[in-house]
Design a protein around this ligand. Structure first.
Ligand code: ADP
Ligand code: MG
Length: 860
């Protein structure tokens, strides 16, 4: 064991759960198992430290640390950065120390997306207290909620790590199985000391940290267990970042009363922010800044139920949507803004670099024009966005005056501070600039003095030298000292050259030191203004989102919904924002939504929607959910007009079959989720059920579906709003007063059927399974045979329409429905001709068929 490896071992022992990145000169090295892991994850060479290869080693260049680290984090590892903390002198062992621990919840990369998100949760009685901390921006939200609500909130947050009190693992997975499932999927569970979650202890600690007498000023009660979760989250951040959580200025209460809750399944079903294909976010996003994009995705997953705030957002959108020039001007100004929010977060956490300071400068400098743009707008509403933002132009000017335009990623390479800001720095730079001239002059003098054509050059290892050709070696003057022999001759130095060299090295050193001092003073100035700057970031983000929504409203013909305290959900000509866009130039058929539990006419509040497959049922249901969601974001909605009463929750459930692709086909899951809806639905909720009960036998499924509809109609006090798509035609026979039957209009002609995608009153007449099969390209032979069979079935069973009575006829008919994807695979195989294919084509065919079949079978 060399002393260096001993040092390594000591640090590794302190961070056994991390990959230890050990600084050695220009590299961060990993050893032993860490080296093997890193070489696999990062695809870098695995070498060895010693002769007999007993110590595997792998390394990454220090300047590329950020990007390699990102890949290790993405692969689920924790990383401890062990840096050199004394200057290497070539003789003694350099001191090293772990300066940072980077984890999935705390990693805030410079160039990639990712803000570092930590969630902390503690159970207390029936409730769960949670804290959601965004490391990159310093936003900390906390609150106490019923367990399932807490799970939804954590799910919208998408933390990289979930902190829980040690020893609570089992209880948590029993009480909140969803949470542990999600943690297994996308975030790591980290057990922390129980004491950190204790509210008394935590609020005292937080008050001290923030210099407050009580947390109440921030809207959190001191004894609120949420303060425990909040403290645990901050402590974790401080511990991993070694101090540096100063940008977390306070707690913002998470308030579900002011929010529209989307539970976890609904967030998945609606494909809000991410999904296989286009998401709502991708359609709405015309933001110009990373801050805006972050805010937009937050608004989408955190809709609000607050009429004042919704109205204010709508006013802002209206002010911009009607004014194309304003939209363009603001867009242009926003384009000059960079990610100031995250840059400040990185700088506070001491992981920032000159470029982050540059991002602050650019953003502050873009603000005056932005403010002029909105100043010119007709109503004063846009200015209100910036009302709370203090003047930070002084900092902007300071940074512009001092910082170079293009900034390096690291200090120490020069080019951070402009010329003309500091005399010491200028002189040192002049010295370097003059050095080249001095060297040439020296060379000329030496040639004259010695009469030899000497050449002066510089070498990385030996510094400056005078080179004398072999033929002149006997004419070298006495004051030359030999340094090195090279192919063409010999290299020397003398006192004068050494003096020049000293001056250059001294100047370089001085530039480095001086830049560091000046940079640090700028950094301190920026951090001192970090709160006002964060306020400015927040205002810019909000303006960016509102501008984006205004542009969408204008280009996509969205309208301002009327929102009130009623329970009505009345929309004329509603369109699905994402499907509409994916259709391109094909027209999307708008449909009306009419649900009102308090209506006195025949509107009804629970609609049962029937119709053939592919007719547009699911699209209609999702349209309703998305229009409601958009309205609660304060956005305009894709419709002709809308009247929407505030909702408290949106639930959506999609039957088992549609979810096969997600690998969750069990009937059990569906029923657990349905049970959850029934427990939490209120008179202000919107419930969307798409073909539930499908994952089981016909009778079971239908009975359950029936009972669920009945429950919503009879057992929710004052009823609720629900849309229910089903292929159980029997449900259309339910005769309860608030239930209306809807169906998808179908145009039947001699050569088949044509879907109009239009929702009409009344139940569907037939299920058209066979025609759909034909439309989907099922071979004619099969279609003809199934028509024969269908006729047989219809003949052999007496047709009666008394609800549950005659199931066999309809369900046999259902079984005939072809799985078109499955057919497609066989069809494609049948049509292929191996004799006409190149091996490559054959290979291509096999892999494409394999992929399709695996998808159909629901393999991962
Ligand atoms: P279902 O649930 O009845 O099987 P979907 O809602 O999945 O049908 O719709 C099938 C397809 O029909 C959609 O992918 C979409 O391309 C098209 N579609 C649905 N609704 C509309 C509409 N209102 N206007 C235009 N096309 C639509
Ligand atoms: Mg469907």
């Amino acid at each position: 064991m060399t002393p260096m490896l001993k040092q390594y071992g000591e640090w590794k022992d302190k961070y056994p759960d991390c990959l230890l990145l050990f600084r050695m000169g220009d590299f961060f090295e990993l050893f032993f198992d860490d080296a093997v892991t890193a070489s696999e994850v990062l695809d870098i060479a695995l070498t060895a430290r010693d002769q007999d290869k007993a110590i595997p080693m792998a390394g990454v260049p220090h300047h590329a640390l950020d990007s390699y680290m990102g890949r290790l984090i993405a692969a689920g590892y924790r990383v401890a950065v062990c840096d050199q903390i004394t200057e290497p002198d070539g003789k003694t062992l350099v001191d090293r120390s772990v300066v940072r621990v980077v984890t999935p919840g705390t990693y805030v990369p410079q160039d990639a997306e990712g803000d570092g998100k930590i969630a902390a949760v503690a159970l207390n009685g029936e409730d769960a207290s949670i804290a959601l901390l965004t490391a990159g921006t310093g936003l900390l939200e906390a609150g106490t909620f019923p367990v399932d609500e807490a799970v939804s909130l954590i799910f919208s947050f998408r933390p990289g790590e979930l902190l829980i009190p040690r020893g609570l693992e089992d209880e948590l997975s029993r009480r909140a199985p969803d949470l542990t499932a999600q943690a297994a999927g996308q975030s790591a569970i980290v057990a922390r000391e129980r004491g950190e979650f204790s509210p008394q202890f935590a609020s005292a600690w937080l008050c001290k940290k923030w210099g407050l007498a009580s947390l109440r000023a921030m809207g959190v009660e001191d004894a609120d267990p949420a303060s425990g979760a909040a403290a645990a989250a901050i402590r974790y951040l401080e511990e991993t970042q070694f101090g540096g959580a100063d940008h977390v200025h306070g707690i913002r209460p998470l308030m579900p009363e002011g929010m529209l809750i989307l539970d976890r399944t609904t967030q998945l079903n609606l494909e809000l922010v991410e999904g296989d294909g286009a998401s709502l976010y991708s359609v709405l996003n015309r933001c110009k800044t990373p801050m805006g994009r972050r805010r937009l995705s937050y608004w989408i997953t955190h809709p609000i139920a607050d009429l004042d705030e919704i109205g204010r957002r709508q006013d802002c959108i209206e002010a911009m949507a009607g004014d194309g020039t304003l939209l363009r001007n603001i867009a242009e100004s926003l384009s000059g803004c960079r990610d100031m929010e995250r840059a400040l977060g990185r700088l506070s956490m001491k992981v920032g670099n000159p470029r982050d300071l540059g991002a602050v400068r650019d953003t502050l400098n873009a603000m005056p024009k932005l403010l002029r743009d909105i100043d010119g707008s007709k109503s004063g509403i846009l200015e209100s966005i910036f009302r709370e933002v203090p003047d930070v132009s002084g900092l902007g000017r300071l940074l512009s005056d001092m910082l170079e335009d293009d900034l390096p990623r690291a200090l120490g390479t020069g080019n951070v501070i402009r010329d003309g800001c500091d005399t010491t720095l200028d002189e040192a730079r002049d010295a370097i600039r003059n050095a080249e001239e001095n060297v040439r002059a020296f060379e000329q003098e030496e040639r004259e003095r010695t009469g030899i054509r000497v050449r002066v050059g510089i070498n990385k290892v030996f510094g400056y030298y005078i080179e004398v050709g072999r033929s002149n070696s006997d004419r070298v003057p006495d004051d030359y000292h030999r340094r090195q022999t090279v192919a063409g001759g010999e290299r020397f130095v003398n006192e004068r050259l050494k003096e020049i060299e000293r001056r250059v090295f001294h100047a370089e050193h001085e530039i480095g030191e001086r830049e560091e001092v000046l940079y640090k003073s700028l950094l301190a100035a920026a951090l001192k203004e970090s709160r006002p700057c964060q306020a400015a970031s927040a205002a810019i983000a909000e303006l960016d989102v509102l501008r984006s929504l205004a542009e969408i409203a204008r280009d996509g013909s969205y309208v301002r919904p009327v929102m009130d305290e009623s329970r009505a959900f009345l929309v004329k000509g509603a369109r699905h924002p994402v499907v509409e866009k994916s259709l391109g130039t094909l027209p999307f058929t708008p449909n009306d939504i009419e649900l009102d539990p308090d209506a006195t006419d025949d509107k009804g509040c629970i609609a049962i929607l029937t119709g053939p497959n592919m007719a547009g049922k699911s699209t209609y249901l999702r349209t309703a959910a998305l229009v409601a969601l958009l309205a609660h974001m304060g956005s305009f909605v894709p419709a002709e007009s809308a009247l929407i009463g505030l909702m408290d929750r949106i639930f959506t459930r999609i039957g088992a079959r549609d979810e096969l692709s997600r690998g969750r086909s069990t009937f059990m899951v569906e029923m657990v989720e349905t049970a959850n809806i029934l427990r939490h639905v209120s008179r202000r909720s919107l419930v969307i059920l798409d073909e539930i009960g499908r994952g089981t036998s016909t009778y079971d499924g239908m009975s359950i579906a029936w009972a669920v509809v009945e429950f919503l109609d009879l057992h929710v006090e004052g009823r609720t709003k629900a849309l229910f798509a089903t292929h159980y035609h029997e449900l259309t026979n339910m005769s309860l007063p608030q239930i209306v039957n809807l169906s998808m209009a179908v145009d039947e002609s001699r050569d088949g059927i044509h879907f109009l995608h239009r929702v009409v009153r009344g139940p569907a007449s037939r299920s058209y399974g066979v025609e759909v099969a034909r439309l989907a390209g099922v071979p004619n032979l099969v279609v003809r045979r199934s028509q024969e069979l269908l006729a047989e079935f219809e003949k052999s069973s007496p047709s009666s329409d008394d609800g549950l009575g005659d199931l066999s006829r309809k369900y046999v008919q259902k079984e005939i429905f072809f799985d078109v994807e499955r057919e497609g695979v066989i069809e494609r195989l049948a049509q292929s001709d191996p004799n006409q294919m190149t091996p490559m084509e054959a290979l291509g065919l096999v892999s494409s068929l394999r992929e399709k079949s695996r998808r159909i079978l629901g393999y991962k």
